[in-house]
Design a protein around this ligand. Structure first.
Ligand code: 5RP
Length: 222
């Protein structure tokens, strides 16, 4: 078995620390990605404490079911107490870029339905300003070209992630070089373009807490 890389250790310890956020009898929201996969692994030993999970992707649904956790429909759960998810970038003010795994829309829906959003990440995800990571935008297929032109008008350089169809049957544009100094304003402007399902900026509804794995252990930002 190959040794865990430093980044993988950081992801794992952040994910394991998030287990302490769970209270008995809760339904929890579960995000998507390699850090969340560590969280799901850790959840296996605590599955009898929760009533089930709302999942943000088909991939996480499969992993949750594989360890025997009931996956529930958000339409029937009402608001969720706790959402655990990763990020591609996070600031100290807890604004995020998400969607590297193309699950941004369901992630944003589950985050919006959750009373607390605890983000888990390795230390490389902490940034002073969002935007070095290209911003994922989920787009209705027939609007791809229109949305791309509108994103250029906003100052970005969109690239179609051609090998990806989202769980919702849509496309992803990754947008480079956007000025995200005012991330809330950019989130609003992009989400108003016809054909955009949502963008991966989590500025209006950021995280409530960030658990970072570092080489020196856990750092918590809230
Ligand atoms: C998926 C996401 C992920 O949370 C994000 O890409 C981080 O992934 P990882 O934990 O693998 O670094 O937003 O859409």
């Amino acid at each position: 078995m190959s040794a865990e890389s430093s980044i993988d250790v950081q992801k794992r310890i952040a994910a394991e620390a998030a287990i302490a956020e769970i209270e008995d009898g809760q339904i929890i929201g579960v995000g998507t990605g390699s850090t969340v996969n560590y969280f799901i692994d850790a959840l296996a030993d605590h599955k009898h404490r929760i009533d089930g999970a709302v999942s943000s992707s088909e991939a996480s649904t499969a992993r949750l079911k594989a360890i025997g956790i009931p996956v529930l429909e958000l339409n029937y759960t009402g608001d969720i107490e706790l959402y655990i998810d990763g990020a591609d970038e996070a600031t100290r003010s807890l604004q995020l870029i998400k969607g590297g795994g193309a699950a941004l829309t369901r992630e944003k829906i589950v985050a919006a339905a959750s009373k607390r959003f605890v983000c888990i990440a390795d230390a490389s995800k902490l940034v002073n300003t969002l935007g070095a990571f290209p911003l994922p935008v989920e787009v209705i297929p027939m609007a791809r070209s229109l949305v791309a032109r509108k994103l250029v008008e906003l100052g970005g350089q969109p690239e179609w992630r051609e090998d990806v169809t989202t769980d919702n049957g849509n496309l992803i544009l990754d947008v480079y070089n956007l000025d995200l100094t005012d991330a809330s304003s950019m989130e609003t402007q992009i989400n108003q373009i016809p054909g955009v399902v949502t963008c991966g900026l989590f500025a209006h509804r950021g995280a409530d807490k960030l658990i970072l794995g570092t080489d020196n252990g856990i750092e918590v930002i809230e």
